[in-house]
Design a protein around this ligand. Structure first.
Ligand SMILES: [Zn+2]
Length: 326
């Protein structure tokens, strides 16, 4: 992929996000996923159950996740990020459930291409996206901290710009469901990583990462892609002495060898090994070559937001250029 910020990248990105070319390109990824994994998908489908809540990651294309979120008391169902309506409908038909709504984290086709098909199949379906993101085929746009409720499922749309300008992470209130809060973080926060910063300055992404980093520590993180192994390999490269990163990396590799999902993690866990949530740590800053350090010692603590944004931007660049063993 051309470097973000280059002219070639800007043209490609415009075509991907604003034209049918992007839809076509995503269709190719769905076909590649089917060729590689048949109808089974990249990950074995397994629900996580709580008292009155059931969350099922659905594998889409090569590494995307959509999520079926069920309030099992009122039998109300919401789908997050329909990148491929066929995969979702197949699962909903099996469960004999009609969804109450679709929540879309951002406009990229691998998170939204199925919105049109879902609306066609389920008449009157509400499809939500973030204000200012131009998500295809939405019926409602949500402002920052706006709440939407379906049965016992109470979501707050948290604007987390960075990956896209109107990216939303959805926070599900777990209390009434006998579960921890759940964050559906799309391409904002991943297990061990964060999304590429396509549409805002790094400082805005930093502030969005700070928002999710301040959520309750037991909040479960359900990201938009299965990227854990690569992300953690990079995390171990950045902080080789970080035992939490190393242990999580080994754990993730073992999970993926059996085609099991690595979701969810918790905010508390992410804070221990995710380098993009640790831009204030000296061990991370040491790896950033563009920082203007006044001497060789650890004089940069505590770093201000601008300095942390610089760390974040360079970390992201290093990750984009990183050569994975996997
Ligand atoms: Zn995206």
């Amino acid at each position: 992929m051309p470097k973000a910020g280059s002219c070639l990248f800007a043209i490609g990105y415009f075509l991907y996000t604003r034209t049918r070319f992007g839809r076509y390109y995503h269709g190719k990824d769905i076909a590649k996923g089917k060729e590689k994994y048949n109808e089974d998908g990249h990950t074995i489908i397994e629900p996580t159950m709580f008292d009155k809540l059931e969350i099922t990651p659905i594998p889409i294309a090569l590494d995307n996740y959509a999520y079926i979120v069920m309030d099992t008391e009122s039998n109300t169902c919401v789908v997050i990020d329909v990148g491929d309506e066929e995969a979702i409908m197949r699962f909903l038909d099996k469960m004999n459930v009609i969804p109450a709504a679709v929540l879309t984290t951002h406009k990229h086709w691998d998170h939204s291409a199925g919105n049109a098909g879902m609306r066609k199949r389920y008449q009157g379906l509400k499809v939500y996206g973030g204000y200012g993101d131009n998500v295809p085929d939405v019926t409602h746009t949500l402002m920052d901290i706006e709440q939407v409720k379906f049965g016992g499922l109470n979501f707050t749309a948290i604007h987390t710009p960075g990956h896209t300008v109107g990216h939303v992470s959805y926070l599900l209130d777990g209390q009434a469901l006998g579960a921890p809060d759940c964050l559906f973080s799309g391409d904002h926060l991943f297990l061990g990583g964060c999304g590429r910063i396509f549409e805002t300055p790094p400082l805005k992404m930093l502030k969005s990462l700070d928002i999710v980093g301040r959520l309750k520590k037991d909040t479960l993180v359900w990201p938009g892609h299965e990227y854990a192994v690569n992300n953690l390999e990079f995390a171990c490269h950045i902080e080789p002495e970080n035992a939490d990163a190393q242990a999580r990396y080994e754990w993730a590799k073992a999970k993926r060898e059996r085609r099991l999902t690595t979701c969810p993690s918790t905010i508390a866990e992410e804070l221990t090994y995710n380098p993009f949530l640790r831009t204030d740590k000296d061990s991370i800053m040491k790896k950033v070559t563009t920082l203007d350090r006044t001497d060789d010692t650890t004089v940069l603590v505590p770093p201000d937001d601008e300095m942390r944004a610089q760390v974040l931007a360079e970390l992201r660049e290093q990750k984009d250029a990183f050569k994975y063993i996997q």
